[in-house]
Design a protein around this ligand. Structure first.
Ligand code: ZN
Length: 317
């Protein structure tokens, strides 16, 4: 009997300790290891994404690096189910993922797992049906009219455009204004109606099934900068089975990712993808309709910036 009470007491102490530590951190897999070219330096940007998530205190991030393009992925089968969200800082061609890996990921999301797709991750897997349903729209890697319609806003109306044409484009990297289209979503709640993004590529001509897609924010692709003259999708959500997917086209490089707007929407969206809710506050440093706002500490992760070559001030290329 005495042992029973000691055991009971121990149980109570353990329970109190857990409560004192606050809510359990959300387990996040940050997947990298391959990109479509040398311009998407995942080796540089993964530490930025990791820091941005960890600093909120909400996430426990594990970086998983897939075998390189020359590697064999037959033995690569991470335990997706150990995580509440998988963040893709990753872009590989169609044939890279073997069927068992695709099936495992589809089952993970359809049973309620979260996925976060950053910038060029929407270039990946142009022929993988489930992946394209998850991301809603994508670009490059051979995408054509067969990949799905264009999705954009024109005159403040959502357009699903089945016309033929290129499967992606972007102009020079410049700052641009992002307009919130759905203000009452957990990710966008409290954000300005319009905010300036740091110099970045503005993806346009994206195509895809968009089956369950909601476009949360758009940006005008200026024809003077090789743009479409349309308001292109920038932040999107989709569902896949019971799973939630967030897709941001922002984040070409360290400079783009140092934008407070990129960081905050990534932090909020990763929480949403994992849990369906957002508990984080929008910081007062968030960019406004007329002013960009960036994190010098994150920009310094770019060696050029750290050497005093301020890429933020360089003419757009
Ligand atoms: Zn890019």
């Amino acid at each position: 009997m005495q042992q029973f009470f000691i055991g009971l007491l121990a149980t109570i102490v353990v329970a109190v300790t857990v409560v004192a530590q606050g809510p359990t951190r959300i387990k996040v897999m940050l997947l990298d290891g391959e990109s479509g070219g040398p311009y998407h330096k995942w080796q540089l940007t993964t530490p930025l994404i990791e820091r941005a998530l960890e600093e909120t205190g909400r996430f426990d991030v594990t970086v998983v690096t897939a075998p390189a393009a020359t590697g064999v992925l037959d033995g690569f089968l991470p335990d997706f189910s150990a995580y509440q969200a998988v963040v893709f800082n990753y872009d590989a061609p169609d044939e890279r993922w073997p069927a068992p890996l695709r099936t495992a990921f589809e089952q993970y999301v359809s049973s309620g797992g979260g996925a976060v797709v950053v910038h060029a991750a929407d270039n990946a897997f142009s022929g993988w049906k489930a992946w394209n349903e998850m991301i809603g729209v994508g670009g490059w890697r051979g995408r054509t009219v067969a990949s799905g319609p264009y999705w954009y806003y024109k005159d403040d109306t959502l357009v699903k455009d089945p016309s033929d044409g290129p499967g992606a484009s972007h102009g020079r990297r410049t700052p641009y204004a992002i307009r919130t289209r759905v203000a009452d979503h957990p990710i966008t709640r409290g954000l300005p109606a319009v905010w300036m993004h740091q110099g970045d590529e503005l993806y346009a001509h994206l195509r895809g099934p968009g089956t369950t897609m909601t476009i949360l924010a758009t940006a005008f692709a200026d024809p003077a900068n090789n743009g479409t003259g349309r308001d292109e999708p920038i932040l999107m959500t989709s569902t896949f089975g019971k799973g939630r997917v967030f897709h941001t086209v922002l984040g070409h490089d360290i400079v783009a990712m140092s934008c407070v707007g990129f960081v905050v929407t990534l932090q909020r969206a990763t929480e949403w993808a994992a849990t369906g809710a957002v508990t984080q506050k929008v910081p007062t440093t968030f960019p406004t309709a007329t002013t960009v706002s960036y994190r010098a500490d994150l920009a310094a992760l770019d060696p050029n910036y750290a050497r005093g070559l301020n890429a933020l001030d360089a003419p757009p290329k």
